[in-house]
Design a binder for this molecule. Sequence first.
Ligand SMILES: N[C@@H](CCC(=O)N[C@@H](CS)C(=O)NCC(=O)O)C(=O)O
Length: 205
Amino acid sequence: MITIWGMQDSGNCYKPRLLMALTGRPFRHRGISTLDGSTRTEAWLAKNPAGQAPLLELEDGRLLPESNAILCFLGEGTAFVPGDPFERATMLRWMFFEQNAHEVTVAVRRSLHVYPHRRAAASEERLRLTLEGGRAALAVMERHLAAQAFFGGERPSLADIALYPYTSSAHEGGFDLGPLPAVRSWLARIEALPGYQPKSWRPQD
Ligand SMILES: N[C@@H](CCC(=O)N[C@@H](CS)C(=O)NCC(=O)O)C(=O)O
């Protein structure tokens, strides 16, 4: 069985768990955490030189870090990856947006708020920049979702799974989704998908 190494509270780590839940496939979950230093051990750096989670470990020992690369691998052959090349590229467009514009602002600001060990990095300037950048990213999402149900059109794709975790916890970073009705409706549509599980979920061992 495949193993997903992840931190329970991390949105990046939630992405592959959510995809596995939505596609109803079994996997093992193993905990790793920046909070207890386990992402900085030699053993972990040997698995992922970036010292980060999530990390996918296949039965044959091959390792794959980067949440969106993991989604692409696990999503292969499922309904969450469109067959049409343009639709697939559109899915990737939003996954790149997630890493370039959304994760680096919405997720980073949340981590500066939520984790005590990140407080020293939470300068006024950084909080201001991540607030401005995060609001801009959320406004892009609002404009796009005003015209369609999911990022790729009428059906959910990996792009939605990539963007869901940190959008649904954006309020923990001080973002107000009140003025973003299309984003709020989209969050509700994801939560209504068959098999949906919240971030706190992990499979039984
Ligand atoms: N681009 C990476 C980012 C992964 C990332 O930032 N992981 C964080 C948790 S959300 C982490 O492992 N931090 C531990 C550390 O940097 O020591 C991805 O999408 O997987």
